[in-house]
Design a protein around this ligand. Sequence first.
Ligand code: URA
Ligand code: ZN
Length: 383
Amino acid sequence: MSRPLVVDVHTHVYPPSYMAMLRARKTVPYIHDPASGEPRLIILSSDDDPSIPIDERGRPVDTSYSDINVKLTFMRQHGIDCSVISLANPWLDFLDPAEAQKWAERINDDLEETCVQNNKSSNPDNNLPLQGRSTLFAFATLPLSAPSADIIVNEIKRLKTLPHIRGVIMGTSGLGNGLDDEQLGPVWAALEETQFLLFLHPHYGLPDEAFGGAEVTKRYGHVLPLALGFPLETTIAVTRMLLSRVFDKFPRLQILLAHSGGTLPFLAGRIESCIMHERKFVENGGDVPGPQRSIWEVLKTNIFLDAVVYGAAGLKAAIAAGGGTDRLMFGTDHPFFPPLNEGEKEWLSVTTNYKAIDATFEGETEAVAAVLGGNAARILKLE
Ligand code: URA
Ligand code: ZN
């Protein structure tokens, strides 16, 4: 059998315009250029620790973040035929309200243009199959700090006119009050109407106290915030959406959860059981009903999961809870988690995910092909 199509649905960029904006800032998120060595990216609040010399704060940020040719080389080295690129965290969350619309339009136009130019050169006739062509599509970003939801809705509608945009990436803060905020209703409605996939991705993690305090967090570098903070943040965000009945009110909303849903597949039964025992919630001093659709139904009809979980146990939970193999899609999280040794071409983070998929399906070639690319091509209409 020929090799299956491979589509990466979880792969980030910081377009050059965004890098320049981060360089001009002095508070998180920002880029610092030391006198010598690679620039540093300080994006997590835990990165900006005054006890660490500024030249050593955060992580090195090389051209793999902003130069699309570096991503294309990475794709070829790892057998990836097509990537759906998205702006990395923290997106535009931190922008002054007056700046949000302008930046969203600029970034989204940049992403679209990157796809147009790349796809033109990889296949001028545009009529070959995706395989072997290094094709690009994109998830856009939203001006969530804009002064009114209308501006966000208008950008979603404008995105429909950009041919390579297949959805939007969003963090967990929403308009600033989380994803159970009623004010997000028009945004959910616009996403439902356009049938854009919402890629929900963490950034804020958990407070240091959850890990035993700032000293403990710092001792273990990025391990606690990235391995535990990120997945729990996603789990909490999507659970708040469920509890506030977002999926009852917008039953056609389609969401892709980063990192195989955080811990949602593993905890789904417990969340459902707690909802059943609580029955109703208190809001504005009165009782309101809990969600009417079960978490299992939502997992099977509204939620897709990426396969960025680095192990067969996580993938098995994702399949068991999340409606089988049709709703799981390969991803890399490039350019985060680069190789450990300089000059190394193969990324351990990517080969670990490939191996986990092989170990999970043990020779079920159709399931492997679906997860590696078939599902993404179908769900995102990549042609
Ligand atoms: N670290 C981040 O800040 N973002 C990612 O997407 C992955 C790792
Ligand atoms: Zn990511």
